[in-house]
Design a protein around this ligand. Structure first.
Ligand code: FEO
Length: 403
């Protein structure tokens, strides 16, 4: 990423990773990502806000050379995950005078991960103010979006806040600021689903706090930055709210088409009732897309065939992802086909539910058949569609009543 000017004496100096397609060996990155780093040239002190991923060190070093940075006084580490901290030791070699500013938890993690000398770190908290001459650094502790160490850095003179991962997006783009809101909305929602959704209570709290602050720019550590903060604040307010949207997701895996026929039939009945329903054929599904749809799902219908005495491994994997991401869904059920003994099939629904203990859901009536679906199975699927419709109506009516 080339150097780009954000405001007077504030620059973007990070790196774009156009080629990266997997994060944490888990999260698909269809549009790459960026590791944003920011340089603040105060009238007396120079500050770097976060660093970049180890593999992108050359980009950061080159950008600092372009700006002829011969001294860095402070390196602010808002979050110690290595995609933002991995190159701090390299920076300290070139700028040995630099002092790292971070919170106590982040300090602990920087030392354990990067073996940074403790004397190089100054701990800050909500009351700390650091002057750079004409610009001030203020700090806002914001743990658990998404690590225990996360914090934000605010420069009141420029009304800019650096929020590390919070409100970011995995999007490789040369746009410094958001230009195409539709593209960024989709990428930021996917990012919220994958990274922030398990911490929804914290997300709500920090989103409210940002809304009340005097902010012109939100500069995240992934993706383009926001010069219209209300765009992402409104989106985060919506995604993290307790409000139910009444959507259904059906992640499924089918070995011999029986489960596929059942979930397709159920989806058609739900769509006829006006319920937004989305099917995900798990062996071919982008799990990031499934995560995105979890944000607005009120009901999860797991479509699972059996392998030996348990759910198909694809269903187990998806269930473990759903459990980890903790969507606000209210209802859960299982639809599927099994091949051998009735007793094994009867256990399928409980096995699926047991894989998702972190979900606060009510179980709806499962529909499980031996072999291919019968007329009786289709009748039960009709009843399940009615049950889902009625349950959704109850939670939606409750919402209207509360409003
Ligand atoms: Fe982008 Fe949590 O690191």
């Amino acid at each position: 990423m080339a150097v780009q000017k954000i405001k007077e004496n504030i620059y973007s100096v990070g790196a774009i990773d156009w080629d990266r397609r997997l994060f944490d060996q888990l999260i698909p990155l269809p549009h790459g990502t960026s590791y944003n780093s920011y340089l603040i040239e105060g009238s007396e002190k120079t500050v770097l806000i976060d660093a970049v991923y180890l593999k992108k060190w050359d980009d950061l070093r080159s950008n600092l050379e372009t700006l002829k940075v011969d001294r860095i006084d402070y390196i602010v580490s808002n979050h110690s995950e290595p995609d933002h901290s991995g190159t701090i030791p390299y920076l300290l070699e070139i700028y040995p005078e630099a002092q790292i500013l971070t919170n106590s938890k982040c300090k602990d993690l920087l030392i354990s991960q990067l073996k940074i000398d403790e004397s190089k770190i100054t701990v800050v908290d909500n009351d700390t103010e650091i002057s750079t001459g004409d610009k001030t650094l203020k700090f806002m502790m914001a743990p658990w979006v998404h690590w225990p160490d996360t914090m934000f850095t605010y420069v009141p003179e420029d009304k800019i806040i650096f929020t590390t991962d919070f409100m970011g997006s995995h999007l490789a783009t040369s746009d410094l600021f958001v230009k195409n809101e539709w593209i960024v909305y989709e990428a930021a929602k996917r990012y919220y689903a994958e990274i922030m959704m398990p911490f929804r209570a914290h997300v709500k709290k920090y989103t409210r706090q940002l809304k009340e602050m005097d902010i012109e720019i939100i500069a995240t550590s992934h993706g383009p930055i926001y010069d219209k903060p209300e765009f992402i604040i409104n989106a985060y307010t919506d995604w993290s709210s307790d409000e139910q949207k009444g959507e259904v997701i059906i992640p499924y895996v089918s070995m011999y088409e029986s489960t596929a026929k059942m979930v397709t039939y159920l989806a058609d009945r739900l769509i006829e009732k006006g319920i937004k329903t989305t099917l995900f054929n798990l062996p071919e599904t982008d799990l990031g897309e499934l995560a995105t749809y979890m944000v607005d799902a009120t009901t999860v219908v797991m479509g699972a065939s059996m392998v030996l005495a348990g759910p198909h491994p694809s269903a187990i994997y998806a269930a473990s992802i759903i459990n980890a991401l903790r969507p606000k869904a209210r209802f859960l059920t299982t639809v599927g086909s099994f091949g051998w003994a009735d007793k094994l099939g009867e256990k399928l629904s409980e096995q699926i539910k047991d894989l998702m203990p972190s979900l606060k859901v009510e179980s709806l009536t499962p529909v499980l058949v031996k072999g291919s679906p019968t007329e009786e199975a289709y009748r039960k699927l009709d009843e399940l569609a009615d049950e889902i419709f009625n349950k959704h109506r109850q939670v939606m009516e409750k919402r209207v009543a509360l409003n």
